[in-house]
Design a protein around this ligand. Structure first.
Ligand SMILES: Nc1ncnc2c1ncn2[C@@H]1O[C@H](COP(=O)(O)OP(=O)(O)OP(=O)(O)O)[C@@H](O)[C@H]1O
Length: 196
């Protein structure tokens, strides 16, 4: 018999920058504010006024951070400026333990890392209709400089190529027409939620 204490499976959302991940996740959280959650990241930077430990971030020392790295405790981690940031496996499990579906918005290397863990995640890839359309959307968004747009498009080609690898993703959603893509995305996400 299946255990009755089964925890909701995390969902890994990936796709090139500009594919529409934030757009769809914003809708998901607006429509289901209590069913989904993000994990709390670790950082070595100091808390800003009002930031609570364990809520805004898990604030840790460099030593603690590096110890967790050496124990393979992170799904992904990176350095920005002089500070370290990371998503820990434990933080993702913590969301599941609260009965929420943990959403991970990560890139290709993170996807590979999650696959190596026992998180039992479901993987959805958000694909732009074409690289040309992706470029138009990145320009239309107006948040990135020319250099950043070029880098994102180059990385996009790699992400799209990787997404074709057999068995990596449970679902590939082409974000052509927003309402149609939203319908498909929403359906995929709520599959993991009881009573929806
Ligand atoms: N189906 C769609 N049709 C037209 N425009 C779209 C569609 N989906 C998203 N967009 C627009 O494309 C731009 C990029 O979307 P968004 O910021 O959600 O991408 P993202 O995948 O979250 O990118 P990043 O990884 O850089 O945060 C935004 O301006 C958004 O409004």
């Amino acid at each position: 018999m299946a255990p009755t204490t089964a925890q909701p499976r995390p969902i890994v959302v990936s796709g090139p920058s500009g594919a529409g991940k934030s757009t769809l996740l914003k809708r998901l959280f607006a429509q289901y504010p209590t069913h989904f959650g993000f994990s709390v990241s670790h950082t070595t930077r100091s808390p800003r006024p009002g930031e609570e430990d364990g809520i805004a971030y898990n604030f840790v020392t460099k030593e603690t951070f590096n110890k967790l790295v050496s124990e393979n405790g992170f799904i992904e981690h990176a350095q920005f400026g002089s500070n370290l940031y990371g998503t820990s496996i434990a933080a993702v499990k913590n969301v599941a333990e609260q009965g929420r579906v943990c959403i991970l918005d990560i890139e290709m290397e993170g996807v590979k890392q999650v696959k190596k863990t026992d998180l039992n995640a479901r993987f959805v890839f958000l694909q732009p209709p074409s690289v040309e359309v992706l470029e138009q959307r990145l320009r239309g968004r107006g948040t990135d400089k020319e250099e950043a747009i070029r880098e994102r498009l180059e990385q996009a080609e790699k992400e799209i190529e990787f997404s074709k690898t057999e068995g990596v993703h449970d679902r590939i959603i082409v974000n052509d027409e927003l309402e149609r893509a939203w319908g498909e995305f929403r359906a995929f996400c709520v599959e993991g939620v009881e009573g929806k």
